[in-house]
Structures are given as structure tokens and as C-alpha cells.
Design a protein around this ligand. Sequence first.
Ligand code: HEM
Length: 317
Amino acid sequence: MALKTAITFAILLLFLGSSSAQLSPNFYSKSCPHLFTAVNSVVRSAIRNEARMGASLLRLFFHDCFVNGCDGSILLDDTSSFTGEKGALPNRNSARGFNVVDNIKSAVEKVCPGVVSCADVLAVAARDSVVILGGPNWNVKLGRRDARTASLTAANNSIPPPTSNLNSLISSFNSLGLSTKDLVALSGSHTIGQARCTNFRARVYNETNLDSSLAQTRRGNCPRASGSGDNNLAPLDLQTPTTFDNNYFKNLVNRRGLLHSDQQLFNGGSTDSIVRAYSNNLNTFKSDFANAMIKMGDIRPLTGSSGEVRKNCRRAN
Ligand code: HEM
């Protein structure tokens, strides 16, 4: 009897842990051996064309995973039966790189049609982007399947806004199984890419925990009046916006975070020590970042016979 209970318990544990346990770096090694080469060459040429694209692809993966798991839902265009995530507040006029994802998917379909999901294409593209821009490498776990639907409301509710304070950032990440350390490491993504004036206006005009010369510079391209210059861009890392390094954390220590949410990570609270550690040690950051990306990629994937493998990332089959 005790043995039976133990076995049942073990099986239950296996099931509970199974959503991510089913993902594996070798998932396509037989069915699509040229997957990585196909993705890499398209990502490489997109970044050669515009270095910022690496940042945009990385962010797409984050916005995919935080909304009902890493299921390619962010890539779906609106249909008559649902309004998708592209028009949600964090994505509208902001999320980009969809054409590049289409090109990657076409290249993958050429080498193995109907095999690799869009969710997995995005996971590999995000990793390749980080590596190409100088960041760490990791073994991407694969085997996700694609959602058949997407939700604007879910996107609005699940992606933390840049007005968030530290507590809400921590609870948003914790609710998805990501630790406070993961939050800080993953926020290090803001060592690359750009933000729009509408997302840093309040900070550069109203906040005091910001280096005054940076505030002045950023005001120069971000008019005070809401509605004017809303889409004007500024680099999230003022020093090296196309290199994946730890300058983001050095900026935070010097009160040079561009977003309110960035500076929350170094503002006298519990995450100060992590920011300081990453600002002093590039390798610790890189290694924690890689581990946190694997964890983020494990968020609620569709596996087995759930969902589908989309042919075109923009619509369900
Ligand atoms: C911690 C909570 C986070 C908040 C509040 C946040 C917020 C933002 C905002 C407001 C922007 C600028 C968007 C725009 O102005 O159009 C941005 C850009 C970006 N975010 Fe985050 N983010 C967070 C976490 C992350 C994470 C976890 C990642 C990746 C793992 C990430 C990757 C990026 C990248 C790469 C960009 C630049 C995109 C580009 O240039 O196209 N962010 N983020």
C-alpha cells in the first residue's frame, strides 16, 4: 500500500512538473536538424540591417511569455473572432519585428515544413539576438506549440507597465514563477533597445531620483506636453544601446535609468544589492540572465497535442 501511494505520488509530481519538463533542447534534433542555422542566418541579417532589431525580437519573446505563456500568441493578427495582443497598450506603436519573425518562419518552413512552432521560433530568435549583440548563450528548450487565439485584455493585464513600483514588479514576476533575482537579471535586457517619449516623459520632467544632466538631455527630444513627440525615441542604455553588456546596471547605480520601473530596481530597496552586484560583475549578470531566460521560456507552454504548429505565425491554421 505504501509503495502504491509512493508511486502515485511520484507520478503526480511528474505531471505537475510536466509543462516545462516536456521542453527540451533536442526536441527538433531529428525532425528539423537545420533549425538553428535557418533561424540564425535570418536573425543575423536582420541585425546587420538594423542593430535595434535584436532588442525588438528579445522583447517580443518577453511579451509572448508573460501573456498566457510562451505560445506565440503575440504574433497573431486580429480576426473577426478575437482582438489580439498587437493592439494592447504595451504593444501598440511599440512591439516590432513581426516581419522579421515572418522571414525566420519562412526560412524554417523551407527546411522542415509544418514542424517548428512560432513560439519556438521566437525563443530561438531571442537567444540568437542576445548572442549576436554580445550577450550570453544558452541552450534553448523547445517543444512549445502555438495558441489558436490571443487576448488583448490578457496582454493589457499581464505585461507590467513602466510606471510600476518595485513591489508590483516583484509580484508580477513572482506570480509567473520568476524570482526577484530573475526580475533584476531580465530587466538587464534594457541594456539594448529604445523607448518612446511617452514612456519616460513623466520621469524626465517630474522625478528627482534621476541624474539631472540625463534628464535635461532626454527632455530635449521629449516635449513636456503629452501628445507631442510621443513616439520620439531614446536609448534605454545611454552608453551602448546595441551591445548586450552590464552598462544598464552601471546606469542604475548612477541614477540614470530611463524608465521609472528601471530606477525602481535601485532606489533604496531590496534589489539594490543585486543591481550593484551585476554592475560590478558582467559574468554574474550574464549567467543569471541566461538562467532567467530559460525560466521565462518555461512559462506555461502548450505541449503534446495542445494548440498547433502554425504554418503562418500571423494566423491559426
Ligand atoms: C520589468 C518590467 C519591464 C517593464 C516595465 C518594461 C517596459 C518597457 C518599456 C516601456 C519599453 C519601451 C517601449 C516603448 O517605448 O515603445 C521597453 C523596451 C524594451 N524591453 Fe522592457 N520592460 C520590462 C522588462 C523587460 C524584460 C523582462 C525584457 C526581456 C527579457 C525586456 C526587453 C525589452 C527590450 C529589449 C526593449 C527595447 C525594444 C526595442 O528597442 O524595440 N523588458 N520595456
